[in-house]
Design a binder for this molecule. Structure first.
Ligand SMILES: [Zn+2]
Length: 197
């Protein structure tokens, strides 16, 4: 803990001034709602900006033409679109995860849209259903930001509250506001000077 605090203190000040751009390459397997996608991008970017990051999003076919400084790949599995079916009993299993190899955290993650959609339906009431894709997009943005926390801070650990907490409830996924705590932001900043590849 002391070492962590000390290394944060010694970080050059310029790291705090400029935002580091990270490109997120997304691959959808079963389609998506453009509204959900837009909301996901805005929410994830809003959350990590506080930690000194700026996100640029590209679809996989767009990304093949260009080269990037820092690249993170997300598989968006399932159908990333709200539907009108009633909520099923909430299944267990992760809403999103980050790949690791030999204990190392990789810049590859997956967001499970079918699981997310099922989960947030259990917390949606009345008027929420009229903005289902917006809420699904918000939830997608929050779990994506959660995985970015693991990747950028290079940790399998979790924060005590906010987006980086160990598990996010359906209510927290669609609540009006959910951020990274100040402590977790500092952790992300300390890792953002390192490159993956
Ligand atoms: Zn986690």
């Amino acid at each position: 803990m002391l070492r962590c605090a000390l290394s944060l203190f010694l970080l050059p000040l310029f790291l705090f001034a400029e935002k580091k751009e990270v490109t997120i390459v997304m691959q959808f397997s079963e389609g998506f709602s453009p509204q959900a996608l837009q909301e996901m991008q805005a929410e994830a970017d809003r959350i990590v900006r506080k930690a000194g990051l700026r996100l640029a999003f590209r679809h996989r076919h767009e990304a093949e033409q260009e080269s990037y400084n820092e690249l993170i790949f997300f598989k968006m599995s399932g159908r990333c679109e709200m539907d009108a079916f009633p909520a099923l009993l909430d299944e267990r299993g992760p809403l999103a995860f980050t790949f690791t190899t030999d204990g190392q955290i990789l810049p590859f993650g997956e967001v499970k849209c079918d699981r997310l959609r099922q989960s947030i339906k259990t917390a949606m009431v009345g008027a929420d259903f009229a903005q289902g894709n917006q809420l699904l997009g918000r939830a997608m943005g929050r779990v994506l930001a959660h995985e970015l926390y693991h990747m950028i801070a290079r940790t399998k650990g979790h924060g005590k509250g906010g987006v980086a907490r160990e598990s996010l409830s359906a209510r927290q996924l669609i609540a009006e506001q959910l951020d990274l705590s100040d402590h977790d932001c500092a952790f992300v900043r300390s890792g953002s000077g390192k490159k993956f590849l």
